[in-house]
Design a binder for this molecule. Structure first.
Ligand code: FES
Ligand code: CO
Length: 325
């Protein structure tokens, strides 16, 4: 059943890595709505995953000549959702005008396929700050997480878990203190001051560094950080975009950008990210309450939690009801 949230309804949500969408249609779920995604020579398309004849998911069908064909009785839909062929109908009979699929906005951007159930104002935009720099960019996911989207995003923004959940990798529990920092708003984006963290193995290659983290929150379900390595020009950006499957389930996509180790085998970085997500999943899938409390009195906060506090305040301000309590 579709989850009503006026904020997320009109936003773009990633549903697939671009490279995963080839000849076959794929099923996805956004805000409780079952969707079929398919690719034609005209681009990518999203429909409600339901053939209006007898309710069969179109994602079980196939794509042929720039149309999607239902597997049950072969009804064929053009990319704008109009039914163009009903094989059982005698020749010369007009196709009923009501024979239409429900269509949604669908675009391809930054290596991901995005869907909006409503009327999005802008195309999805991620990490355009580094255009022109020599860097490697990798899309990762989807990571299936049994938790509400805001819980997943807040975990990503949580500085002081690095030394415990990712001990020996992103932090060292012997150095758990977080220096004072502030969070500011710049053009609608929440941005933290730089936060110093010692990391024994920041990217899976086993080289310890003193890193400086700047966290950013772009949208209720889209955040990122830039990590600069002390005394060098190296940086590492990680964007997290959480696709809200429903209030109990999320699909997390990540985009990594870095300007070093350009020749390195990507598998090292991707496997490392997979491991970090496994470590985080154990935490976020077990947090109580399941929905993120926006009342700041509901939990205890420290100065080091300033990014999460700012995130919760932002969700309250925009009026997010999905995944929050
Ligand atoms: Fe799709 Fe009959 S259910 S064609
Ligand atoms: Co983590």
């Amino acid at each position: 059943m579709q989850v009503k949230d006026p904020v997320l309804f009109h936003q773009w949500h990633p549903v697939l890595l671009s490279k995963e969408l080839v000849d076959l249609p794929k099923a996805a779920e956004v805000l409780g709505e079952k969707i079929v995604i398919f690719r034609t020579s005209q681009g990518v398309h999203a429909f409600k995953d339901l053939c209006i004849h007898r309710g069969v998911p179109l994602s079980l069908g196939k794509v042929m000549n720039d149309t999607i064909v239902c597997p049950y009785h072969g009804w064929t839909y053009s990319t704008c959702g109009t039914c163009t062929k009903i094989p059982a109908m005698p020749k010369g009979k007009a196709i009923p005008r009501k024979a239409k699929a429900i269509t949604y906005h669908c675009v391809e951007e930054a290596g991901l396929v995005w869907v909006s159930l409503g009327q999005p104002e802008h195309p999805p935009a991620i990490g355009e700050e580094n255009v022109g720099n020599e860097l490697v960019r990798v899309e990762m996911g989807p990571y299936e997480i049994n938790a509400a989207g805001p819980r997943v995003v807040e975990n990503f923004l949580d500085v002081s878990h690095l030394m415990f959940v990712h001990e020996g990798l992103l932090g060292d529990s012997q150095f758990p203190e977080i220096g004072d920092y502030e969070v500011h708003e710049q053009d609608g984006v929440l941005v933290s001051d730089e936060i110093d963290i010692y990391q024994p193995d920041p990217d899976g290659r086993g080289h310890g560094v003193h890193a400086k983290y700047t966290y950013k929150v772009f949208h209720p379900l889209c955040a990122g950080f830039t990590k600069r390595i002390d005394h060098s020009e190296e940086f590492f950006d990680l964007y997290l975009i959480v696709s809200p499957v429903n209030e109990e389930k999320s699909k997390a996509f990540m985009i990594m950008e870095r300007n070093y180790a350009l020749e390195e085998d990507e598998k090292v970085f991707v496997d490392f990210q997979d491991l970090l997500i496994e470590q985080d999943k154990i935490i976020v899938e077990n947090q109580k309450p399941e929905l993120l409390p926006l009342d700041l009195q509901a939990e205890l906060h420290l100065k080091s939690d300033r990014v999460s506090i700012a995130y919760r305040k932002m969700l309250k301000e925009v009026g997010l009801s999905f995944g929050t309590a």
